[in-house]
Design a protein around this ligand. Structure first.
Ligand code: NAI
Length: 517
């Protein structure tokens, strides 16, 4: 039986009455079903399928995209930059393994495939995501950003100690001219141990002026490179939580007022986010702090600008959201998960400060809530597995992150199933492709509009962009949408959204015709 798959299709067009292509856009009408659940007076539940009709319109031409990174000179910032440039310039390098070629492994936009359908003789056909809808090519992305450290990107790449010497040598001429713009620095929100590197900071401490400077930076960058669209991604250090205060950051209006009076609880990350939103640029929060205070979310909603958050989901937390999904999904009861991480990069160094660690710790501990909550036969209400995360700073490890996790699960007749997992990877090698994808997919979703039967005009997608939850430890969702942490559900959302935009129903893996011939 032939089960071979076709995976290198360049272009893929959908035909049929519900989809039409013009030179500039693809329009698709889709009947979707959702299941509405009601609890009846006797406590039982009733599920009722409901038909929804959506029309989607997606512009086919990708924008000329600019990507601005907050924390550009950090390990993530310099690694993603080096990767994009090495691929663009096709730079090979010599390592102890021989000659190596650049690639963008780890990126769904470049190497992810989805199941398109089945051939008449029963062969699954998989195609790259980017063959269904055109995406910005990484080589065409123009990079810039801010950093409180004045190292240029070649120096930053050296400081990160991630890439091979021969590759760094070949990249240096390209990266040496890339210099981060001065960043917003506020001692209150960053660990004291970062003070020595803060030599490239915006001179004024007036928060309204700081926002204005960031806005000007974005405008200049756009103009200088004739960009259609800019995405801003926070990949700077985790901040401490800012206090959420009535009258200060609870509404968009109050937040803007608080910025005018330089209120001390408005964090640098919120200032970058506000500046981006006011410039119409989506803002992605790659760290766990509460950048998106209620007033900031409201501002994004009012201005119809995408926000994506919070905290990149790259390593051990990603594994957890797969493994616990497998265990609980198979009807086994996870009793405890204990993880020991150690690494020695600058971000870990700054997380040795207790106040900065709090948001990270909270983000790490929440990644399985929906999975456990999905199984009321194993867990009582409010019952959770014991979940301990220990993190230690070991300088000599640099960016190489190791973690050992032990999972204790009860299976049939309470028999213990003990599993120990060891992961090791360069932290930034896990994160760089995520940053790339977040920029590329955000740009795509910016080209999408929709309407339902009761709407006259097409409108953009909702500003809180939960479609990218796949990339986030604590996915930020619009009111009324549950948080989904399980990785395969998150991926299915991306896959089915791509399918919907070209008029294809969601993947159901049923193979009905062969099961019921
Ligand atoms: P890093 O410490 O190497 O880089 C952060 C950079 O941000 C530094 O160059 C620093 O000077 C700069 N910075 C700090 N505050 C700034 C500000 N207010 N404005 C402008 N620049 C500022 O850290 P790394 O390893 O690159 O990680 C970056 C962020 O990504 C961290 O917050 C981390 O928690 C988050 N993250 C990383 C993951 C990974 O690497 N696998 C996974 C999940 C989140």
């Amino acid at each position: 039986h032939d089960v071979s798959t076709v995976t290198r299709q360049k272009n893929c067009k959908v035909s049929g009455p519900h989809v039409s292509y013009t030179e500039n856009e693809v329009q698709a009408t889709l009947q979707l079903q959702r299941t509405l659940v009601h609890t009846l007076p006797d406590g039982s539940v009733e599920a009722r399928p409901e038909q929804l009709v959506y029309e989607f319109c997606t512009k086919l031409k990708p924008s000329k995209l600019g990507l601005m990174l907050v924390g550009w000179g950090g390990n993530n910032g310099s690694t993603v930059t080096a990767g994009i440039v090495a691929n663009r310039e096709d730079i090979s390098w010599e390592s102890c393994r021989g000659m190596e070629r650049p690639n963008l492994f780890g990126s769904l936009s470049q190497h992810g495939t989805l199941r398109l359908g089945i051939t008449a003789d029963g062969t699954d056909v998989f195609v790259p995501f980017k063959s269904l809808l055109p995406l910005v090519e990484p080589k065409d992305i123009v990079l810039s950003g801010w950093d409180i450290s004045g190292y240029n990107l070649a120096e930053a790449m050296d400081r990160a100690q991630i890439l091979e010497p021969d590759l760094k040598k070949k990249l240096r001429p390209y990266l040496a001219d890339m210099k981060p713009l001065p960043g917003i620095f506020d001692e209150q929100f960053i660990a004291k141990n970062q003070l020595p590197r803060a030599d490239n900071v915006i001179k004024t401490s007036d928060k309204a002026q700081q926002v204005e400077i960031i806005r000007q930076d974005i405008r200049k960058f756009k103009q200088q490179h004739q960009l259609d669209f800019v995405v801003v991604v926070w990949t700077a250090n985790s901040e401490r939580y800012s206090m959420e205060l009535a009258g200060v950051n609870d509404t968009a209006e109050n937040l803007l007022k608080a910025i005018s009076s330089s209120h001390k609880e408005v964090s640098p990350s919120t200032l970058y986010a506000v500046a981006s939103i006011l410039e119409g640029c989506p803002y992605v929060n790659g760290s766990p702090q509460n950048t998106f205070v209620p007033g900031c979310i409201q501002l994004a909603e009012e201005k119809q600008v995408f926000i994506v958050g919070d905290d990149f989901k790259s390593g051990q937390t990603k594994m957890k959201s797969v493994l616990v999904d497998y265990l609980v999904g198979s009807g086994m009861k996870v009793e405890s998960m204990v993880t020991y991480n150690h690494l020695g990069n600058n971000d870990m160094f700054q997380l040795t400060d207790g106040e900065m660690w709090k948001p990270k710790s909270a983000a790490k501990s929440r990644v399985i809530e929906d999975i456990v909550g999905s199984n009321g036969t194993l867990y009582k209400e409010d019952e959770m597995p014991d979940h301990v995360v220990v993190v230690r700073y070991v300088p000599s490890y640099g960016d190489s992150k190791s973690d050992v996790s032990e999972y204790v699960t009860r299976t049939f007749m309470n028999c213990p199933y003990r599993m120990v997992m060891y992961n090791n990877c360069l932290d930034s090698a896990l994160c760089a492709p995520l940053i790339l994808d977040l920029a590329i997919f955000t740009e795509l979703f910016h080209r999408v509009s929709y309407r339902t039967l009761d709407m006259k005009d097409f409108v953009p997608m909702y500003p809180v962009l939960s479609a990218l939850s796949f990339y986030m430890k604590i996915p930020r969702t619009p009111l009324g949408e549950p948080h989904v942490n399980a990785l395969q559900r998150q991926r299915a959302c991306m896959e089915n959204l791509f399918r919907a935009l070209v008029g294809l129903n969601g993947e159901d893996n049923l193979f009905l015709q062969t099961k019921f011939p």
